[in-house]
Design a protein around this ligand. Structure first.
Ligand code: SF4
Length: 292
């Protein structure tokens, strides 16, 4: 228990929360107790923001077939999935011409799940926003990467009827690095160099574990355990080859590792900003937890 005794009060509280959450997963009896499922049906984005790996890596081009995406939602529905579904990984969802169809399909199959859209807003206007909500989107979050976009959506928000306005969320992402500490960013598993932004705006996964139980499918069908894995260093399977439940069943022990900070993957070590010495401490901590 030596490592545990060195924990700060904050770390100890985080560990308690993670332990409670993990116990809940184990005891809930759900076959697929994942918090967030993401699917990028197309790979591309129309922007190249400096704090996103899309800006410095080769273009991601390609898409999943309609049959594959529908089969994915069918499987999720059969598993009784009722949590959060998002339509992004590193793509811009509004570039997807089939987006309304997929939102509607997911909504019909999983009416209780949250169908969440995150967009840079460039291709979103009042009409398309209303149509997406009418088709079943539970929320549309606009990440404003410039002040103009932020203002445009503030105005749109005011002009919308309340049933639509309450589903439009506007994030002032353009404030990243503006000195107000308004927005924090991550190094996306080490896939983007954020040294220009300074430590005060960058986030790291905690040494007590990142606590993520997510299931993100990229445009090639690869499954990643979180949205940070831009470089694909932590692939759990591929939906073109295996079912969701098969991928989950063979990988759930891996989730436990990053959940509690026993970081074994390069992407996790870089995400957490851990030096090898700190990583040893984190691994020792995870052992303590395993014993607990
Ligand atoms: S530690 Fe690993 S699993 Fe957790 S957020 Fe970072 S890259 Fe994802």
């Amino acid at each position: 228990m030596t490592v545990g005794n060195k924990l700060s009060a904050r770390d100890k509280r985080w560990l308690e929360i993670r332990e409670e959450k993990w116990r809940a997963y184990e005891e809930c009896g759900h076959p697929f107790p994942v918090d967030v499922v993401g699917i990028e049906t197309v790979g591309s984005c129309n922007r190249a923001c400096g704090y996103c790996p899309v800006s410095v890596h080769p273009k991601r081009q390609g898409r999943l077939s309609t049959e594959v995406v529908e089969a994915f939602f069918d499987q999720l529905a059969d598993l009784g999935f009722e949590k959060k579904i998002v339509f992004h990984f590193y793509n811009e969802p509004m570039l997807e011409k089939r987006l309304n169809h997929f939102v509607k399909y997911a909504a019909e199959k999983m009416p209780r799940a949250i169908k969440w859209l995150s967009t840079n807003g460039d291709l979103l206007d009042k009409e398309s926003l209303i149509r997406l909500i009418d088709d079943g989107a539970s929320a549309i979050k606009v990440s404003s990467h410039d002040a103009e976009t932020f203002e445009r959506f503030q105005e749109l928000h005011q002009a919308l009827e309340s049933e639509y306005a309450e589903k439009l969320l506007i994030r002032d992402f353009y404030k990243v690095g503006d000195g107000t500490k308004a927005r924090k960013i991550t190094n996306r598993g080490g896939s983007i160099d954020l040294s220009a932004y300074g430590d005060d705006v960058t986030l790291e996964a905690a040494k007590t574990g990142c606590g993520r139980v997510e299931f993100y499918v990229d445009y090639l069908g690869n499954v990643h355990p979180c949205c940070m894995d831009f470089n694909g260093g932590y692939i759990l399977g591929n939906i073109l080859e295996s079912t969701i439940i098969d991928i989950w069943n063979v990988s759930k022990n891996q989730y436990r590792e990053h959940f509690f900070g026993s970081y074994t993957k390069d992407v996790c070590l870089k995400c957490a900003g851990l030096s090898s010495a700190k990583a040893e401490g984190a691994a020792a901590l995870a052992t303590v937890l395993g014993e607990g």
